[in-house]
Design a protein around this ligand. Structure first.
Ligand code: AMP
Length: 211
């Protein structure tokens, strides 16, 4: 079996879009810590209430809480996972290896992109509230305005944290913590860098070839 994939990249760099393709075309399982946290908020759980304001501001939820949530929602036996949005800092990178993967093979894929492009990408991002499909009003519009191509849902919404004032903080938070994460995987010989400004197909092929 091939390796688990660890998708690293700034918000809006295309991790979620590629993860959906790898699930559909290569039978990976996808776990996004952002999605898990949003689902806790939507269900109104104690955890959801605890993290809502932190998430709305674009800052990071505590490491402890996120790793527990991650561990509770994956089962590595017989499955290849895509980790999306985790790790976000060096402590999480080490914890992923020592507390989750525990020796299972994994490769980190870094979605490299010019930060200036991300504000535009993020403010135009829309997510289907019913099936999670991701669109962009600039370059990946749904075929019928306001209707999800995949499930026909009519609730294509903007994430609360995709508003311009929050985006600046999310990008800063990402940049502050990311360099040591990349160095960690680079030093271990487990880092593949892809140009996240290439087309969706090109990125899919690049990652497929690399793993
Ligand atoms: P995302 O959907 O990956 O952009 O994540 C949305 C928000 O969820 C982030 O801005 C953080 O507040 C929180 N979050 C997601 N993943 C993590 C993580 N690994 N560690 C801490 N906070 C996280």
């Amino acid at each position: 079996m091939s390796s688990h994939l660890i998708f690293i990249g700034a918000p809006g760099s295309g991790k979620g879009t590629q993860a959906s393709r790898f699930v559909a075309e290569k039978a990976y399982k996808h776990v996004s810590t952002g999605d898990l946290l949003r689902s806790e908020i939507a269900k109104g759980t104690k955890l959801g209430l605890e993290v809502k304001s932190v998430m709305d501001s674009g800052s990071l939820v505590s490491d402890d809480l996120v790793i527990k949530l991650l561990q509770a929602n994956i089962d590595l036996v017989g499955s290849q996972y895509i980790f999306d949005g985790y790790p976000r800092n060096i402590d999480q990178a080490k914890a992923l290896d020592s507390e989750v993967l525990k020796g299972s093979k994994s490769v980190a894929i870094y979605f490299e992109i010019d930060m200036a492009k991300l504000v535009e990408r993020l403010t135009n991002r829309r997510t289907c509230k019913d099936c999670g499909s991701i669109y962009n009003l600039m370059f990946k519009k749904p075929k019928v305005t306001g209707v999800c191509d995949k499930c026909g849902g009519t609730n294509l919404a903007q994430r609360v944290d995709d508003k311009e004032d929050v985006i600046a903080n999310r990008l800063k938070v990402f940049n502050d913590a990311n360099a040591p994460v990349l160095k960690y995987y680079q030093d271990l010989g487990r880092l593949v860098i892809v140009n996240a400004e290439s087309s969706e197909d090109q990125i899919f092929n690049l990652i497929s070839q690399a793993v």
